[in-house]
Design a binder for this molecule. Structure first.
Ligand code: C2E
Ligand code: CA
Ligand code: CA
Ligand code: CA
Length: 279
C-alpha cells in the first residue's frame, strides 16, 4: 500500500513538472509567434434571424505552431493574458480584422460588423482607446462596423473605470457586446449603466436548450431581459435546426454556430459571401 502511494506521488510530481515545462515552452514559443507569422484569424458568420442574412462576423484567433500544429486559443490566450503578450497580439488581431473587413467591403460585399474579442488585460490598458482610435484611423474602417466583445467579469472588476472606457468607445461609434452572458457575475443593476448594444447568450445554455428545460428557461429570460433593456441578443454555439427554431420562436435576433458555419479562414469566408449563403 505504502509503495503504491509512493509511486502515485512520484507520478503526480512528474506530471506537475511536465505541465510546468510544457507551459514554459508554450510561453517562449508564443513570444515569437507573432513575429514569425504563426498567428492567423478565422471568421465565423453571425446571421440575422429576421432576414436570414449574414450581418456580422466574429474574429477568432488561431496559432499555427510549426511543431505542435494548431493550438487552441483556450490554451494560449490565458498564457498571453498572464504574460501581457495579449497586448501586442490583441492589437494585431484588431488591426488585421479591421483591414479584412474593409477588404470585403472593397470587393463589393455589403458591410458587415466585425466583432473582436477583448481580454481583461487589454481592456485595462491605459491607452486602449488611443490604440483603437489609431487602428481605425490607419485602416479607415467606420467605427460603426466595429464591435468589441467584453466579458461580464472584465466589466465589473472596476465598475466606474469600466463605464468610463466603455463610454469613450461607445461615443466613438463602436458597438459593445457582452460575451458569454449568464456565466459571469452579471448584476442587472450594472447592466443598465453600461453602454452596451448586444448580449451574447453563452453556448453552455444553447447546447442543451432543446432537452433541458432549465437551460431553455435561462435562454428565454436572457432574450426577454435584453429586449426589455432595448438590447439586441445573439445566441452562440447554435448547432442544430431545433435550437435555431426555438431561438427564432423566442425572438432572438441573431445566431452564430456550426449549424450555419464553422469559423473559416478569410478566403473561405469570402466564398461564403460570394455564394450569398442565407439561413
Ligand atoms: P468565445 O469568444 O466565447 O468564442 C466562441 C467559441 O465557440 C470559439 O472557440 C468558436 O470557435 C466556438 N464555436 C463557434 N460555434 C460553435 C458551435 O456551434 N459549437 C461549439 N461547440 N463551439 C462553437 P475558439 O475559436 O476555440 O475560441 C475560444 C475562446 O478563445 C473564445 O471564446 C475567446 O474567449 C478566446 N479568443 C479567441 N480569439 C480571441 C482573440 O482574438 N482575442 C481574445 N482576447 N480572445 C480570443
Ligand atoms: Ca466571443
Ligand atoms: Ca462567447
Ligand atoms: Ca466562451
Amino acid at each position: 500500500q505504502a509503495q503504491r502511494q509512493g509511486s502515485n506521488y512520484q507520478f503526480y510530481s512528474t506530471d506537475i513538472n511536465n505541465g510546468l515545462q510544457e507551459r514554459l515552452a508554450l510561453e517562449s514559443e508564443l513570444y515569437y509567434a507573432l513575429d514569425r507569422g504563426e498567428l492567423l484569424l478565422h471568421y465565423q458568420p453571425q446571421v440575422s434571424l429576421h432576414s436570414g442574412r449574414i450581418i456580422g462576423v466574429e474574429t477568432l484567433i488561431r496559432w499555427q505552431n510549426p511543431t505542435r500544429g494548431l493550438v487552441s486559443p483556450a490554451k494560449f490566450i490565458p498564457i498571453a493574458e498572464e504574460t501581457g503578450l495579449i497586448v501586442p497580439i490583441g492589437e494585431w488581431v484588431l488591426r488585421t480584422a479591421c483591414a479584412q473587413s474593409l477588404a470585403w467591403q472593397a470587393q463589393g460585399f455589403p458591410a458587415l460588423k466585425i466583432a473582436v474579442n477583448l481580454s481583461a488585460r487589454q481592456f485595462k490598458q491605459q491607452n486602449l482607446v488611443e490604440t483603437v482610435t489609431q487602428v481605425l484611423d490607419a485602416t479607415g474602417l467606420d467605427p460603426n462596423y466595429l464591435e468589441l466583445e467584453l466579458t461580464e467579469s472584465l466589466m465589473v472588476d472596476n465598475i466606474q473605470q469600466s463605464i468610463n472606457v466603455m463610454q469613450q468607445l461607445h461615443n466613438m461609434g463602436i458597438v459593445l457586446s457582452v460575451d458569454d452572458f449568464g456565466t459571469g457575475y452579471s448584476s442587472l443593476n450594472y447592466l443598465k449603466r453600461f453602454p452596451i448594444h448586444t448580449l451574447k447568450i453563452d453556448q453552455s445554455f444553447v447546447c442543451d436548450l432543446v432537452v433541458n428545460s432549465d437551460d431553455a428557461a435561462i435562454v428565454d429570460a436572457i432574450i426577454s431581459l435584453a429586449h426589455s433593456l432595448n438590447l439586441s441578443v445573439i445566441a452562440e454555439g447554435v448547432e442544430s435546426q431545433e435550437q435555431l427554431d426555438y431561438l427564432q420562436t423566442k425572438g432572438c435576433d441573431e445566431v452564430q454556430g456550426y449549424y450555419f458555419s464553422r469559423p473559416l479562414p478569410a478566403n473561405t469566408f469570402t466564398q461564403l459571401l460570394q455564394e450569398g449563403k442565407t439561413l
